[in-house]
Design a protein around this ligand. Structure first.
Ligand code: PMP
Length: 307
């Protein structure tokens, strides 16, 4: 696919986009042995900055640890690769995709103990994942017939390529039913997450989000929103969320790096609250986007300048 960037970082060097190829016998292609991140760089009052870079790269290394995958670079080197991928492509804002994967390590399912992962970092322009109008208008979602992964099957706290087969089933089913996105329940049939988003409900002024054990990826946008909500004076409760509480919520919104903060206007064809973006969602969005023009107070480390 044609992408709007010239250079890609691959195994230690920036190279022309079309040269960053792998062999068809790559382990990851056959067995899903990859871990990755999704990160955004924003044009900010401090120049182009990568949002929560250090924590995203920490999560990449945590994901690799779960799968005993050896990434032959330090976290600092990967952070620098991310900055270079944005800066050297001359991007003012970008979506970043670091990916570590097992390539030429043989066809055995169990990788050799000394196998080293390949690592790439792409940076390119990617606008609002669920569409620009979704930020204000909201999206229609449906509860999926597919459950999220059980904790003792594949760990959802690791952002591994293979997990996204589950997300694809959820997302494709949602598309077939005319929804923008699908919502998955966990194996206890409590609300888990979207195909690529964490979930928040608002009822009687209190914000609820599924507990971290509900087969979710612990999202960094989720963490950001929980902190901003507390800063705005809202009570945030991490607790098990039932399916019907989606129907009875005053407000419902989804969070993710690609998605950012998007209101949900209907679930399973039922309007959420008034059927349009609610005041709490709007306040959270303003605080979130305020990070990038300096109007929201955040730790300095959350914005890493690319140069
Ligand atoms: N859950 C899943 C399954 C995801 O793919 C994502 C996107 N990375 C999220 C939640 C949100 O995580 P984050 O806010 O860190 O992007």
């Amino acid at each position: 696919a044609k992408v709007n960037a010239e250079l890609i970082w691959f195994n230690g060097e920036l190279m022309p986009w079309q040269n960053a190829t792998v062999h068809v016998m790559s382990h990851a292609l056959h067995y899903g042995s990859s871990v990755f991140e999704g990160i955004r760089a924003y044009e900010t009052h401090k120049g182009t900055c990568i949002f929560r870079l250090e924590e995203h790269i920490k999560r990449l290394f945590d994901s690799a640890k779960v799968y005993r995958m050896n990434i032959p670079f330090t976290q600092e080197e990967v952070e620098q690769a991310c900055k270079d991928a944005v800066a050297k492509n001359g991007l003012a804002s970008a979506y970043l995709r670091p990916l570590a994967f097992l390539g030429d390590v043989g066809m055995g399912l169990r990788p050799p103990a000394d196998a080293k992962a390949d690592l790439m970092v792409a940076a390119f322009s990617w606008e609002a994942y669920l569409g620009a109008e979704a930020i204000e208008q909201g999206v229609d979602v449906g509860v999926s017939s597919w459950n999220r992964l059980a904790p003792n099957t594949m760990p959802t706290a690791a952002k591994a390529g293979g997990n996204y087969l589950s997300s694809q089933l959820i997302s494709m089913e949602a598309g077939r039913h005319g929804y923008t996105e699908g919502i998955a329940l966990d194996i206890n049939n409590m609300v888990s997450e979207g195909a690529g988003q964490n979930l928040f409900l608002v009822r009687n002024g209190i914000i609820y989000t599924p507990f971290s054990t509900a087969s979710i990826l612990p999202g960094l946008t989720r963490d950001t929103v929980m902190k901003l909500a507390a800063q705005l004076g809202y009570e945030v409760r991490e607790e098990p969320v039932s399916r019907e509480s989606l129907y009875l919520a005053d407000e419902f919104f989804m969070t993710g790096t690609a998605t950012e903060v998007v209101p949900v206007k209907s679930v399973d064809g039922m309007p959420v609250g008034t059927g349009s973006r609610g005041p709490v969602t709007k306040a959270i969005q303003e605080a979130f986007f305020g990070i990038f023009d300096g109007s929201t107070d955040i730790p300095d480390s959350w914005l890493a300048p690319v140069k």
